[in-house]
Design a protein around this ligand. Structure first.
Ligand SMILES: O=C(O)CCC(=O)C(=O)O
Ligand SMILES: [Fe+2]
Length: 256
């Protein structure tokens, strides 16, 4: 798909795979972090069945598709109402954030509405040894309070969690930066102001263009990404052009 990340897998019908095929696909997933399967024709049940090969599904805390508790609909309701226009890894405010997110496009804009990704293994690798040693020692607090407000829910009920600032991928052992502007609040045992100085540096560093790739959607694309080592951003530059996606996510372990 691009130099920093992503593989496009053609000539496969993911509604008709078995565990052995998924084990092969998982090797590619661990290597490329984003898999794109173009030209699929999936019912919600078929998307769920494919996703269940990768693990247990996690409902999104802020709503679902009727009759499909594990799927939410992403629909273009205008730029002002798009809550995903920021760099993030999904649900880092949860003690066990989803390891992967899977989107299936039913309708895509002619141009724009891309999803951007940034490789956080590269972002970590390119820090100096001194900065690596510092971030290796840190824990960060993550919070869903701002998100809860956006969904009109009580921020006091929103999840919060603490995670290492650098996490080790449970399948490959790769080390990746794990902070995001959307949900990271501050470092444990640091003040908010002290944290801001270093977080602002890391936020600028972790999405340098050479770590990024973008996916331009076509109807029928199934795209899955690895939240353990990527950030993503929903680019809203398609005005009111329809964009309709079915989204689900697969449970992950506690980041370590
Ligand atoms: O709509 C997109 O491109 C991605 C939205 C997003 O952040 C997500 O589904 O987790
Ligand atoms: Fe997201």
């Amino acid at each position: 798909m691009s130099a920093p990340l992503g593989a496009i897998i053609e000539d496969i019908d993911i509604s008709n795979v078995d565990a052995a095929a998924v084990a092969e696909l998982n090797k590619l997933f661990c290597q490329y972090h984003v898999l794109v399967f173009p030209k699929q024709q999936l019912t919600p049940d078929q998307q769920v069945a494919f996703a269940q090969y990768w693990g247990e599904l996690v409902p999104f805390p802020y709503g679902s598709l009727p009759g499909q508790p594990n799927i939410i609909e992403l629909r273009n309701k205008g730029k002002k109402r798009d809550v995903n226009q920021h760099w993030h890894s999904d649900m880092t405010y949860d003690p066990n954030p989803p390891k992967l997110t899977m989107l299936y496009a039913l309708q895509a804009p002619a141009l724009g509405g891309e999803t951007a990704f940034a490789n956080q293994i590269h972002a970590y690798e390119e820090l100096s040894d001194g900065m690596k040693a510092l971030v290796d020692s840190l824990t960060a607090k993550h919070s869903a309070k701002d998100l809860a407000r956006l969904y009109g829910q009580d921020p006091d009920q929103a999840s919060e969690a603490e995670h290492p600032v650098v996490r080790t991928h449970d399948e490959t052992g790769a080390r990746a930066l794990y902070v995001c502007q959307a949900f990271t609040r501050e470092f444990k045992d640091w003040s908010r102001q002290e944290s801001k100085v270093l977080l602002d540096y890391l936020y600028a560093h972790c999405v340098r263009p050479e770590y990024q790739a973008r996916h331009q959607w076509q109807a029928g694309d199934l795209v899955m990404w690895d939240n353990r080592c990527l950030l993503h951003y929903a680019v809203h530059d398609h005005g009111d052009d329809p964009r309709l996606i079915h989204r689900l996510q697969v449970r992950g372990g506690a980041p370590r």
